[in-house]
Design a protein. Structure first.
Length: 103
């Protein structure tokens, strides 16, 4: 299987993502860096992007921050901004272990 670029997650989020506890991410970019249906390597498996939609900073609630693996909105915003982008995206995904690697 071919994978797109990595979808980078802070180290503390990787295990909960692989356990299926985290299934969304908020990113602040100039434009989307992933696409729906894309596969992005993560550890011994891959992330499959299910949906991506543009939201606003006001849409980032404490509940969404927790669903994304963060303690709160401020914690999420410290990590979500990648470069000079100002557009906010909510990305829903599923993690799939790579069965060929025995996971």
């Amino acid at each position: 299987m071919r994978y797109g670029y990595l979808m980078v997650f802070t180290k503390r989020l990787r295990e909960p993502i692989m356990r299926g506890e985290i299934t969304c991410s908020v990113r602040i970019w100039r434009s989307p860096h992933v696409k729906v249906g894309g596969h992005y390597r993560l550890e011994d498996g891959f992330i499959e992007v299910i949906s991506i939609r543009r939201i606003t900073i006001a849409d980032i609630t404490p509940e969404l921050a927790r669903r994304s693996g963060f303690a709160g909105v401020v914690d999420l915003l410290k990590v979500a901004k990648h470069g000079p982008g100002e557009n906010v995206y909510l990305i829903d995904f599923e993690y799939h272990p790579d069965v060929k690697r025995g996971r």
